[in-house]
Design a protein around this ligand. Structure first.
Ligand code: IPD
Ligand code: CA
Ligand code: CA
Length: 260
């Protein structure tokens, strides 16, 4: 499909910087917070106000387009769907641990066309358009060329109900048992952006949502990496179980987490 993405990209960038202002404002001023699905699943004033501001900006530029956001769900329908995580890494944010971001993607007729992830503590901006490459602060990104797992830096994440469903502990343990280096940074969108940037060779997680993944998925693809489901099948936004890598270690990473 050929369409002029520029107005959409500009809107995604403006929306991301609006969220950055809100993240920073509440980091300095202090914020209220409450829990959602579990006591550790937090939502703060910054999450809610960022999503509201992003929705208002999109509605003012493109009235009626669909928006799926973490805090307010799906609103509107049609060929265009914005997919928004207003603050990915909320637990980090709530503790002042500076690894969190806003993630905004645009899907047109069920195909991802652009993704923007802004690390609002570090001011690192990750952008990708389908077929147009991936960039960090305007510089082209490429995944790492490392081809061994022992030479790789890997990351994973755990769902908020990890105490009830420890599936990923098995994968994690298998990776550690091979002596691999695995981090748990706490913001899936940035984890994916870091795979695109070559800072991580691989990342996997279970029970992610579309807003955690949409922009990062496009970034990894556009930087030359690979994203699949947990068994190596083609990834879909609804898959929830994801493995992302620089492509070179993908099969080895799948073998490792499945104990092969
Ligand atoms: C969470 C983060 C975390 C991941 C969780 C997500 P939130 O998103 O991305 O790294 O492990 O699965 O839910 O709640 O901070 O937007
Ligand atoms: Ca998230
Ligand atoms: Ca969030």
């Amino acid at each position: 499909m050929s369409m002029d993405l520029q107005p959409y990209l500009e809107t995604a960038l403006d929306a991301a910087y609006l969220a950055k202002g809100i993240h920073q404002y509440y980091q300095e001023k202090g914020f209220t917070q409450s829990s959602k699905s579990t006591p550790t699943d937090l939502v703060t004033q910054a999450d809610r106000e960022s999503e509201t501001a992003i929705r208002e900006l999109i509605a003012s530029r493109f009235p009626g387009q669909g928006v799926l956001g973490e805090e307010e769900g799906q609103q509107g329908e049609g060929e265009f769907r914005w997919i928004v995580d207003p603050l990915d890494g909320t637990v980090n944010y709530a503790h002042g641990f500076p690894f969190y971001a806003v993630s905004i993607a645009l899907e047109v007729r069920a195909q991802l066309e652009l993704g923007v992830i802004l690390d609002t503590a570090r001011s690192e901006l990750f952008t990708a358009t389908r077929g147009g490459g991936a960039y960090m602060n305007g510089r082209p990104l490429q995944v790492s060329r490392q081809d061994t797992l022992l030479g790789s830096l890997l990351a994973t994440g755990f769902p908020y109900d990890v105490n009830k469903d420890a599936e990923n502990l098995t994968y994690f343990q298998r990776a550690l048992a091979k002596g691999l280096t695995v981090r748990r940074p706490g913001a899936a969108a940035l984890d994916l952006a870091y795979v695109a940037a070559g800072r991580l060779e691989g990342f996997w997680e279970v029970k992610l949502n579309a807003w955690d993944v949409a922009a990062g998925w496009l970034l990894v693809q556009e930087a030359g990496g690979q994203v699949t489901g947990i068994q190596g099948e083609p990834y879909q936004l609804e898959s929830r179980y994801l493995v992302a890598s620089n492509r070179l270690i993908h099969a080895q990473l799948l073998d490792t987490i499945h104990g092969r």
